[in-house]
Design a protein around this ligand. Structure first.
Ligand SMILES: [Zn+2]
Ligand SMILES: [Zn+2]
Length: 352
């Protein structure tokens, strides 16, 4: 193994900087992973790529980018208890302290330790490199029947959606509305389909994304985002609205649509990050007995459960990856993702 590697950094001016850096050496409880797939997230674009907007858990500290990696362990440090060289793994994208209440629940995303909570690609080196140093406790085993591109999307994208859908519950009674058909919204369609939703309706401004949703059969009907969306959704649901809605857009109008297009006694969950929303509590939720949830990322135990389900369902998150780039062309990959005219965009270090 060469002792230096190529790695991508995000200086915050809508470019990617490739640098040669040392290959890290795993310490106690750590592993070195050869990165096979590293997908780009909407939050990378929103909070880091154009400019460094994030604070606290979203504060980018100039590290190697990428928080959606999957790869193979090539070296283990002393004290590892479960994983070994050769294991294919997914990395939960936030490394928590491991001992606060949130970490003990498996929600390292919500770790309360200011000193030890560090997200990959934000406060500690991430997956846009040939190798990644990770803590063993952050790893989920990737089954042989799933690809590395499947694995890269389990933590942040599909995991985030799976968590949100567990909160509201999805079954065969439900018509579901998905506002925002970026990679997270497409993941919502894929999971709702497998969970048996009776009807899946999607809304997005981009034709490319609506087309992907229909082509992959992730939505039954799609609409262009607009002021008549609530009536359109009611038109497909006997005038009632949907039993469940999930907002993956973070757009104020789309969120209001999701709330208003949810029927009486229905449940709506917000996953898309940032932005705001305006609605009128009495007519929009109180009088119709609706519930609004917030759901932030996922937990390690639900990620393990999701991986098991993906195998059982023969569901491959890789299917929503529309573009792949070698690490040398990471610049193009981020530029495309920021344009929105795509599904999921992946960087595959080592690819030709
Ligand atoms: Zn992400
Ligand atoms: Zn913690």
């Amino acid at each position: 193994m060469s002792r230096t590697m190529m790695a991508a950094f995000l200086p915050g001016n809508s470019t990617v900087e490739l640098k040669t850096v040392p290959v890290p050496v795993p310490g106690h409880g750590e592993v070195l992973i050869e990165v096979k797939a590293s997908t780009i997230c909407g939050s990378d674009i929103r909070a880091i790529y154009h400019e460094h907007l994030g604070k606290g858990p979203e504060g980018y500290q100039g590290v190697i980018a990428g928080h959606e990696p999957s790869g193979q362990i090539v070296e283990t440090g002393p004290g590892c208890r479960r994983f070994e060289t050769g294991d294919r793994v997914i990395v939960y994208h936030i490394s928590g302290c491991g001992v606060c209440n949130d970490c003990r629940r498996g929600y390292m995303i919500s770790c309360t330790s200011a000193e030890y909570r560090r997200a990959y690609g934000w406060q500690r080196d991430g997956g846009m490199a040939e190798y990644l140093l990770a803590e063993e406790k952050d790893l989920i085993l990737l089954p042989d029947s799933l690809t590395y591109l499947d694995g890269a999307q389990v933590a942040c994208g599909f995991g985030t959606v799976y968590e949100a859908l567990q909160k509201v519950g999805i079954n065969g009674d439900d018509a579901v509305l998905i506002t925002g058909l970026g990679p997270v919204g497409l993941a919502a369609g894929a999971l709702c389909r497998k969970m048996g939703a009776e009807k899946i309706i999607g809304i997005d401004i981009f034709a490319e994304r609506r087309d992907i949703a229909l082509r992959l059969n992730l939505c039954d009907s799609v609409f262009t985002a607009g002021s008549d969306n609530v009536e359109q959704v009611r038109g497909l649901t006997g005038g009632h609205g949907v039993e469940r809605a999930i907002d993956c857009s973070a757009n104020a109008e789309a969120r209001a649509t999701a709330i208003r297009a949810t029927r009486k006694w229905g449940k709506m969950v917000m996953v898309g990050e940032g932005g705001s929303v305006t609605f009128n509590p009495s007519p929009d939720i109180i009088h119709d007995q609706k519930t609004i949830y917030g759901s932030w990322v996922t937990s390690t135990w639900l990620m393990e459960e999701l991986v098991e389900r993906l195998v059982r369902w023969n569901l491959h998150p890789e299917d929503i990856v529309t573009h792949r780039f070698p690490l040398e062309q990471a610049d193009e990959a981020y530029e495309l993702m920021s344009s929105g005219s795509c599904g999921k965009v992946a960087v595959c270090p080592g690819a030709e």
